[in-house]
Design a protein around this ligand. Structure first.
Ligand SMILES: *[C@@H]1O[C@H](CO)[C@@H](O)[C@H](O)[C@H]1NC(C)=O
Ligand SMILES: *[C@@H]1O[C@H](CO)[C@@H](O)[C@H](O)[C@H]1NC(C)=O
Ligand SMILES: *[C@@H]1O[C@H](CO)[C@@H](O)[C@H](O)[C@H]1NC(C)=O
Length: 562
C-alpha cells in the first residue's frame, strides 16, 4: 500500500533503525560470547591445584564472595585435599591487587618462636633431606592471615568460607592419585607410618592409604567448626591453640624450647607494598624478601635483555636460550643469601636484584659459548626442598588474589596434632644454608612468589607456583614462555622445565628436548640426578574481557570459573 503520509514513512524509518540497532546488538553479543568460548570465562576464575578446590572457590564467588573469600575457601579445601602441602599449621604469602590497581602483599609466613632449640642450625641436613621433628616448627600464621584478608576484602561471613571444607573433611574424600602416589614413596610411607600422621593417612593395618581409599579428617573438621564460629582467636588464644601446643610439647624429643601459647598470641601479619618491576610492556608485582619475588624478577630482567621471541626456540637458538636461562638461574642461586627477613637483617638487602645497572652487569657476565665454575656465580651450598600449594583468583569486580601457602616439606616435619587434626610446618629448616643465627620473630627466606602482572593494554595475569626450590624456575619459565616466546598460558605452564640444583647441576624434567640437553652438555653444564619434579604453576589471565584459568596438569589440577 503506497502512502504519502509522512508519519508512516517516519515510522518505517524508525522501525528499520530499531531493527538495525537490535541486529547489531545481537551481532556484538554473539561476537563477544564467541571470543570467550572454548573453556574461558566471562566473569571470574579460580585456579587451585585440584579441580575440587577450584570448584569450592568458584562456588564462593558465585554466592557473592570476593576473590579473597574464594581464595580462603579454596585454600581451606586444599588443606583437606592436599594436606601434605599446606594447612592451618603453616603460613602463606598472598599478593592482592585491589580494584583500583593498588598491589599489597599480606605476609603471614611462619616466624621463629620465642624459645627455640639451641644450635638448631647445627641439625641442618647437608643435602636435600626432609627434616622432621618439632624443633623445626615456626609459629603458624595461616589463620591470622585469612582473618586480616577477610576483614579488608571479605564479602561473605567468615563462617560461610568454612562450610564446604568442613563438609569435605567430615564426610571424607577419595585419596587423589597424586596423594596416593606420594603415600607409596618409600621415604614418605616410612615417615607417615611411624608417626602420629598414621591416624589419618593409614588404613586399619597401619599401612598408608592408596589412591581411591576414602580419607576423613574428623579432628580437623571439629577444629574448623570451632574456628568458623569463634574466629581465628580460637587458634591464637583459645582452645584449639591450647590443644595444639599440648600436642607439640608431647612430641618434643630434645631440650631447649619449641612452639608455645605465647608465640601464637603474639603472632602478627605483615602488610607491605608489593615490589613493582617493569618488564617491557608488562608491570610485574611480586612479594619482597623474605619471599622469593626478588629472584624471580632478577631472572626475568636478565632474560628480558636478550630480546626473546618465538624464533628463540628454533634450531640452535633454542640451546642458546636455555643456556642463557641456566646462567641466569646460576647467578640467581648465588644471590639467594641476600633474601632474608628485612626486619631482622638490616645489612642484607636484595634491592640490587631489580636494579638495572646490576642486572646489566650480570647479563654481560653470561658468555654464549660456555658455562663457568661454581665460584663464578658465588653459589654456596644450600638444601633443595619440595612442598607448597598455590591458588590464583580473579573475581567479577577485578579483585585479583595470588596466594602461595605451605607447611614447607611434604607433611611438614611430620609432627601431627591428634587433638586438632593439624599438621605442623617445618619452616625453620628454610634457614639451613642461608643463615648462621636466628632471632625470635624472624621469618625464614622463601622461594614463594605469588605474582600479579599487568600489561599496558589492561590485561591481568595472576600467577604463582608450588614445589619448594622449583618454584622460581617453574614460574620464571612459564612467564618467559608466555610473555616472550609466544606460547599460550596452557602451553607455557605445560612445557617441561629445567632446574639448577643447590650443587649447580642441571636437572631436566621428563620429556625435556633431548637435543637441547646434548647442546647444553656441550656447553659444559653438568647434569644432576633429580628424579622427581614437584613444580606446579596455577594461573588466571584476563585479556580483552575474557578470562583463562590454567591449573597445572602435573598435580592433576583444573581451574574453574563462570
Ligand atoms: C585500593 O587501595 C588504595 C590504597 O590503599 C586505596 O586508596 C583505594 O581506595 C583502594 N581501592 C579500592 C577500590 O578499595
Ligand atoms: C588388613 O590385613 C588383613 C590381614 O592381612 C587383610 O585381610 C585386609 O584386607 C587388610 N586390610 C586392608 C585395608 O588392607
Ligand atoms: C668463549 O669466548 C671467549 C671470548 O671469545 C673466550 O675467551 C673463551 O675462552 C671462550 N670459552 C669457551 C668455553 O670456549
Amino acid at each position: 500500500m503506497a502512502t504519502n503520509n509522512p508519519w508512516v514513512a517516519r515510522c518505517c524509518i524508525l522501525s528499520a533503525l530499531v531493527c538495525t540497532v537490535g541486529l547489531l546488538c545481537v551481532c556484538v553479543t554473539f561476537l563477544v560470547s564467541v571470543t570467550c568460548m572454548n573453556g574461558t570465562f566471562k566473569h571470574a576464575a579460580v585456579s587451585a591445584d585440584s579441580p575440587l578446590c577450584s570448584q569450592v572457590g568458584r562456588n564462593v564467588l558465585q554466592q557473592g564472595g570476593s576473590a579473597v573469600d574464594g581464595a580462603i575457601a579454596a585454600l581451606l579445601c586444599t588443606s583437606v585435599v592436599y594436606p601434605q602441602s599446606m594447612g592451618l599449621g603453616g603460613g602463606a604469602v598472598v599478593t592482592v591487587r585491589n580494584r583500583t590497581g593498588k598491589v599489597t602483599v599480606f605476609n603471614f609466613r611462619e616466624t621463629v618462636p620465642r624459645k627455640f632449640k639451641h644450635n638448631l642450625l647445627d641439625d641442618c641436613p647437608a643435602t636435600s633431606n626432609h627434616v622432621t621433628g618439632s624443633q623445626w616448627i615456626g609459629v603458624p600464621g595461616e589463620l591470622r592471615g585469612y582473618e586480616v584478608l577477610h576483614k579488608q576484602f571479605g564479602r561473605l561471613p567468615w563462617s560461610k568460607l568454612f562450610e564446604e571444607p568442613i563438609r569435605l573433611a567430615k564426610e571424607g574424600i577419595p585419596v587423589s592419585p597424586f596423594l596416593g602416589k606420594l603415600l607409596q614413596f618409600p621415604s614418605i610411607k616410612g615417615k607417615v607410618e611411624s608417626s602420629a600422621l598414621c591416624e589419618v593417612f593409614c588404613n586399619e593395618n597401619s599401612s598408608t592409604l592408596t589412591t581411591g581409599d576414602v580419607i576423613k579428617f574428623p579432628q580437623l573438621a571439629e577444629s574448623m567448626e570451632v574456628i568458623a564460629k569463634q574466629g581465628a582467636d580460637a587458634f591464637y588464644g583459645g582452645e584449639i591453640g591450647r590443644h595444639l601446643i599440648q600436642d607439640v610439647k608431647a612430641a618434643v624429643t630434645f631440650s631447649g624450647g619449641t612452639l608455645e601459647m605465647e608465640d601464637l598470641r603474639s603472632y602478627r601479619v605483615r602488610v607491605v607494598d608489593a615490589w613493582t618491576v617493569p618488564l617491557g610492556d608488562t608491570m610485574m608485582h611480586v612479594p619482597p624478601p623474605p619471599a622469593g619475588g626478588a629472584l624471580l624478577a632478577f631472572i626475568l630482567k636478565i632474560m628480558q635483555g636478550f630480546s626473546l621471541t618465538s624464533h628463540s626456540l628454533v634450531g640452535d637458538h633454542k640451546v642458546l636460550f636455555y643456556h642463557r636461562y641456566l646462567e641466569a638461574a646460576k647467578f640467581a642461586n648465588g644471590q639467594r643469601g641476600n633474601i632474608r627477613d628485612p626486619f631482622f637483617n638490616s645489612r642484607t638487602s636484595a634491592d640490587h636484584l631489580i636494579d638495572d645497572a646490576f642486572v646489566q652487569h650480570i647479563r654481560a657476565m653470561i658468555s654464549s659459548n660456555g658455562t663457568h665454575h661454581d665460584s663464578y656465580y658465588d653459589v654456596k651450598p644450600f638444601p633443595d626442598h619440595t612442598g607448597t600449594s598455590h591458588v590464583s583468583i580473579l573475581d567479577e569486580d577485578g579483585l585479583a588474589v595470588s596466594a602461595t601457602s605451605t607447611i614447607n616439606h611434604l607433611f611438614g616435619g611430620t609432627v601431627y596434632s591428634p587433638q586438632t587434626g593439624i599438621i605442623l610446618n617445618n619452616e625453620l629448616s628454610d634457614f639451613c644454608g642461608r643463615a648462621d643465627t636466628l632471632k625470635p620473630g624472624e621469618q625464614p627466606p622463601s622461594s614463594m612468589t605469588p605474582a600479579i602482572l599487568e600489561s599496558k593494554s589492561g590485561g591481568l595475569l595472576v600467577i604463582g607456583g608450588a614445589g619448594g626450590s622449583m618454584i622460581t624456575p617453574a614460574v620464571a619459565l612459564s612467564l618467559i614462555n608466555h610473555l616472550w616466546l609466544g606460547m599460550s598460558l596452557k602451553e607455557a605452564i605445560a612445557a617441561p622445565i629445567l632446574f639448577v640444583d643447590s650443587k649447580n647441576k642441571v636437572n631436566f624434567e621428563q620429556d625435556f628436548d633431548k637435543s637441547v640437553i646434548d647442546g647444553l652438555r656441550a656447553l659444559g653444564h653438568q647434569v644432576g640426578e633429580m628424579e622427581y619434579f614437584f613444580n606446579v604453576v596455577n594461573a588466571v589471565e584476563k585479556e580483552n574481557g575474557c578470562i583463562v584459568g590454567e591449573s597445572d596438569k602435573r598435580k592433576m589440577g583444573m581451574s574453574d570459573g563462570y
